[in-house]
Design a protein around this ligand. Sequence first.
Ligand code: EPZ
Length: 419
Amino acid sequence: MDSIRIKGGNRLSGVVPISGAKNSALKLMVATILTDEPLILSRMPDLADTRFLSNLLSHLGTDVERSGSVVSLQTANIERAEAPYDLVRKMRASFNVLGPLLARNGKARVSLPGGCAIGARPVDLHLKALELLGAQIELTDGYVEARADKGLIGSKINFPFVSVGATEHALLAAVLATGETVLENAAREPEIVDLANCLIAMGARIEGAGTSTIHIEGIDRLLGADYAVVPDRIETGTYALAVATAGGEVLLKDAIWEHNEVLWDRLHMAGAQVTDQAEGVLVTADQERLIATDIETRPYPGFPTDEQAQFMAAMTVAEGRSVIRETIFENRFMHAPELMRMGARIDLKGNEAVVTGVGQLRGAQVMATDLRASVSLVIAGLVAAGETMIGRVYHLDRGFENLEAKLAACGADIERVKS
Ligand code: EPZ
């Protein structure tokens, strides 16, 4: 297993090109199931997760070809309307093939994903939404067996709480249903808007994406389209926090200002400067130390749970005490004990972490259990004295394209150690 070695202490300066958003790309790829025509996706990040989904789609019968950052997908026929446990267990987003398979093929068999490192993560809202759209669902031997013999039928779906995945899943199924579907209490994340825009480019009739109420008028057939994946707001926030923590000045090229407004607000409070520029977002940090600032994770437009670990890393060396509250996932502080191995002072109480900033972290051997937790250790390593070795790099490879190269180009002393 590869590791990443970082020698801390260098300031960062230069340009980081922001890649296409992993969490959007994965759902856009799934949209290929809805049409027999080619779907050409550009600004596609090359990540373990997108490669993994390509394998699943190939298994279903999709022809997938990549050329640079463009991926062409064509599902002329569904050859197998089933996603086995081994493919869904490794990446939960695979579960989202269920709705589109059902919409196009009338039946599907997809493994339940099971729990994961950040929480139980049930899929009850996904299944409820599909049932409301007329699917008959049975759970057998760890699999969802779903049928819609007469096709899906538009419906009113009122989510009891906000779920990104369930909103996307309902969208992906309802575009081919008969009649109108209304999603209430829908997620408003930029990835939802991106998926809706891609589906609209394929001919779907959708209004209201980005608000809590989405209207979908089902149609018989979707067409092919050329579509560019939205720049990754979580990658943007991650590099912004890296610069704010390590110090320096970096342009996050192609980053969209509006997608991270709460983070910009918190970074201003913490003493860093962030400005909206024509080419992206410029982050400047020339302060001695950041000032401790509190956050609470919330569905968009609130503070993203996917930036919580990185923010905590920044706060470990800030002046004062910050309170970090995680309200989306029940087990998303797994990075805290690893940060403590580097000298951070963190008290965990339920869903709250109280971080008391220390003057200096020390490099150590660390490892993490998920993608965002791993990258928080990279941020800590950039400011720690001495050498940090981060294990289980495969977590990082799931969601950060060219991480070492992007940071090294800005002056970080970072390298991958192959084993
Ligand atoms: C998406 O997960 C992202 N993943 C996550 O990013 C992100 O953290 C999350 O949204 C929140 O922004 C992808 O897009 C692939 P949810 P998702 O449904 O859709 C509970 C990363 O690191 N829930 O909004 O699974 C759930 O357990 C990943 O890139 C149910 O109870 O998140 C959680 O507590 C990690 N029943 C809450 O809702 C359901 O049926 C919100 O989850 C569905 C969700």
